[in-house]
Write a protein that binds this ligand. Structure first.
Ligand code: 26V
Length: 806
């Protein structure tokens, strides 16, 4: 085996990379290994494809504008059971696997949780043997690279594709035309039926690239098909010949802009025409592709719902409802009712946030200019939908306004959430609380009209990447204590619970954690220059920077703790390292100020001899999947402190608990289900509940009361806004803190005291030693349910109607 791998790697190095191994760089070795691994994945893939086609198995199509994959080499090798073999082969060649692995750039085609969920789902679907295609965009530039300069975030383009990627196959035979703009022609057939033909004013090519997604033990390999935009005529020769070089390639630039950049998810969506072009571009290509596949195999489109399930990952691909209707009506000549029955039986939609400003809407004018035929279809869908609503609730005319796909208030808009809901047979939330809130708030009236449509599918994470690959030390213990089958069946992790009080096991768990923390301390020193003690409590908040996630609450507590330590330096403090990482959208001013505050606090605290090593503050730049893989196994405390009702689920919370971190958190998203699984005694819950949050919101209760009631809070707000941490610019944080003194939309002030108290409970528990480790073990033991295999099995059974054995 090892010798086989060795010769495969050498052969790739010589004949594909074109290098003499004696002169190869780490990146060359990565390429050679990736190409050798891809060969093996491809053979499995082609095998599976033949089987699916001949079995007539139902396929799942996962449409997502984001796939946040990260590095792939270890994932592919480990799922093909080749990791040890390749490691040994490289060692024989005198090459260190770690360095080779690190040479791969992260595929950062996503912003955060939503994109990472798509990546975990692709891996779980392949693991469960579900024939699935991921469809998305092959962005030339993924999420920006974050550099911290003088404490401020700076954004630089990310360049994962600048040297190409060894994982993908260009499919020269899979190219589709995607149209934009133009006009709609109406005509009446001899049989008296009105038909429509769209004549787009602009056409671009969607070119496909497939990346194999390998399931655990190579059970199946599914394609992730990403579309790249190309101009139909890249060069207008008549202009070129006249010397107008820019004009000659302007069509090309306009077309290729579509797949150039990933949009930051937390930029206000409406008004960005390019974003709608991206959405329609990948949706149209994907539907044309899957319909042509279906027709090739089954001939007739009426059987589509039996053979295909299309999952919309948030509303980003929701225009697919209108595009499917257009293809069935205009291109395939089906009557409306049949087309609608096929469409709604095939589609389902996952909602990932209820924040009003995050729900996608498009100004009618933009929609009409770009997709005139689709707007007609949407009007038609909406008319029928409103008729049905009127019939169901004749006494409630105002209900029509809330369920309409067209928002008639301030400037008319298309509401993509309503479109996705109406065109789908199943709609799901991503945690029990979030699903409950969908039924009660945003989709309340739609839920009354279609009461069976909303379901819950609590998110999950793939244990292969987030436990086995990223924490081999812990995995080794689990194999020993729970049995080797733990890597195939996470449910047996539960066996750990029986040994939670066993001091030998506790020592081993602590030793693994310490080793992981030592590795993280090294990364911290390299990237920030800050030296931290691996014996201290590692307190971690890692996620996109957003006000609702309340990194600010964490920082205020840090400032208060700093003051308390200075005031009483000889008390029995728990040495802590506060570790924060995350990117802010480039245009999100407050989030960028919060990053600056983290760095300013770090400057002051880390350089104050009075606090010695009792408190260190670290902001790790450029948070991405690879950095998460280093931080998560090293965390002691997981910060999940969003305002109750605002974090749809969270998935970092699951990754951290699975790796033995205890959670300090609000009753929000999946935190609630984590608490239900690990038990109240093994988690630090604090803060307002969702009901208390809405009570305050409804009554307009603002920060005044909380500040008046808490001298500590008042003190820390004054300190931050008075320039205590920004002596070079004392007014720097005045606005940020004024936001808390005023509306305090995210109720940071209301939760401050309760959070501070919960942190002191954390201190006490940590100082007690044994009970902490015991709790950590109980956390690990009870996380099996959060495997994305479980989540996918639920989607398969309850939404897709696809057989699955789990
Ligand atoms: C978008 C926006 C856009 C406008 C400004 C505010 C804002 C806030 C959040 C978002 C994100 C929307 C979608 C999203 O990424 N949701 C995340 O999905 C994860 C997977 O289901 C889930 O775990 C996270 O809780 C949820 O925030």
């Amino acid at each position: 085996m090892v010798s086989e791998a060795k010769s495969a790697i050498i052969s790739k190095m010589t004949l594909s990379v074109g290098k003499d191994p004696a002169f190869a760089t780490d990146y060359d070795w990565f390429l050679a290994c990736a190409l050798a691994a891809r060969d093996r994945a491809t053979l499995r893939f082609l095998e599976g494809k033949r089987v699916t086609a001949s079995d007539g198995k139902k396929r799942v199509y996962y449409l997502s504008l984001e796939f946040l994959i990260g590095r792939q080499l270890t994932d592919v090798l480990s799922n093909l059971s080749l990791l040890d073999v390749f490691r040994a082969a490289l060692e024989d060649l005198g090459v260190d696997y770690e360095r080779v692995r690190s040479a791969e750039p992260d595929a950062a085609l996503g912003n955060g949780g939503l994109g990472r969920l798509a990546a975990c789902f692709m891996e779980s679907m392949a693991t469960l043997g579900i024939p699935a295609y991921g469809y998305g965009i092959r962005y030339d530039h993924g999420l920006f690279r974050q550099v911290i300069y003088d404490g401020w975030q700076e954004e630089y383009p990310e360049d994962w594709l600048s040297f190409g990627t060894p994982w993908e196959f260009l499919r020269t035979d899979v190219v589709f035309n995607v149209g934009f703009g133009g006009s709609v022609e109406t005509y009446v057939t001899p049989a008296g039926i009105t038909r429509y033909t769209w004549h787009p004013g602009e056409v671009v090519h969607a070119v496909s690239y497939d990346t194999p997604m390998v399931g655990w033990r190579g059970r199946s390999v599914n394609p992730l098909r990403l579309w790249s935009a190309r101009a139909v005529d890249p060069l207008r020769l008549e202009l070129f010949n006249r010397g107008d070089f820019a004009g000659a390639s302007s069509d090309q630039a306009r077309a290729e802009a579509i797949s150039k950049f990933l949009y930051p998810s937390d930029e206000t969506p409406s008004g960005q025409e390019l974003r709608l072009r991206q959405e329609y571009f990948f949706v149209s290509a994907s539907l044309q592709d899957l319909l042509s596949r279906h027709r090739r195999i089954y001939g007739d489109l009426h059987s589509l719902p039996e053979r295909a399930a299309i999952q919309l990952n948030d509303t980003h691909p929701a225009v697919a409802i209108a595009e499917m209707m257009r293809l069935l009506l205009d291109e395939h000549g089906l009557p409306w009712n049949e087309a609608w029955a096929i469409t709604s039986a095939t589609f389902s939609y996952t909602n990932h946030t209820l924040l009003p400003e995050a729900l996608e809407t498009w100004p009618l004018a933009v929609f009409e200019r770009l997709l005139p035929r689709h707007l007609q279809i949407i009007y038609f869908i909406n008319n029928l939908h409103l008729e049905a609503a009127k019939k169901a609730f004749p006494e409630e005319p105002e209900l029509l306004r809330s369920v309409s796909i067209i928002d008639e208030r301030d400037g008319r808009k298309v509401r993509m959430g309503q479109l996705a809901f109406v065109g789908s047979h199943a709609i799901n939330g991503v945690s029990a609380l979030h699903t409950d809130l969908m039924r009660k708030t945003t989709f309340r009236d739609l839920n009354r009209i279609y009461p069976d449509r909303i379901q819950n599918k609590t998110n999950g994470i793939t244990f292969r990447r987030w436990l086995h690959q990223s924490n081999p030390g812990l995995t080794a213990i689990l194999k020993e204590v729970c049995g080797a089958e733990v890597v195939d069946n996470p449910e047996v992790i539960e066996r750990l619970a029986a040994h939670a009080g066993d001091s030998a096991l506790q020592d081993r768990i602590r030793a693994v954690k310490l080793a992981n923390k030592t590795a993280l301390a090294k990364v911290i020193a390299e990237r920030t220059g800050v030296r931290v003690d691996p014996a201290a409590l590692f307190d971690v908040q890692i996620k996109r920077m957003h006000e609702y996630k309340r990194q600010l609450l964490n920082l205020l507590e840090t400032a208060a703790l700093y003051d308390a330590i200075r005031a009483n330096p000889d008390a029995d403090w728990t040495p802590r390292v506060k570790i924060m990482a995350g990117k802010a959208a480039a245009s999100y001013v407050n989030a960028k100020f919060i990053i600056k505050l983290a760095n300013d606090i770090a400057q002051v605290v880390n350089n104050d001899p009075a606090v010695r090593d009792l408190l260190k503050v670290v902001f790790l730049p450029n948070y991405n999947v690879s950095l998460a893989e280093v931080i998560i196994p090293a965390a002691d405390l997981s910060e999940q402190i969003s305002t109750a009702g605002m974090e749809a689920s969270g998935t970092g919370n699951m990754k951290l608990a699975l790796n033995g971190a205890l959670t300090i958190g609000t009753l929000d998203g999946a935190n609630i289900e984590i608490r239900d699984n690990v038990g109240n005694d093994n988690i630090f819950i604090f803060g307002l509940t969702t009901d208390e949050v809405s009570y305050r919101r409804e009554r307009g209760i603002t920060a005044g009361q909380a500040i008046a009631a808490s001298p500590m809070l008042a003190g820390v707000l004054n300190a931050v806004s008075g320039g205590r941490f920004s002596p070079d610019d004392p007014g720097r944080f005045v606005q940020l803190i004024d936001g808390l003194r005023g509306a305090d939309r995210y109720m940071v002030t209301d939760d401050f005291d309760s959070y501070y108290a919960a942190q002191r409970r954390v201190d006490a528990c940590w100082n007690s030693g044994e009970p902490w480790t015991r709790s950590a073990i109980i956390n690990i033991a009870n996380m099996a349910w959060f495997s994305s295999d479980r989540t996918i099995a639920e989607y398969a059974r309850e939404i897709w109607n696809v057989p699955v054995d789990l």
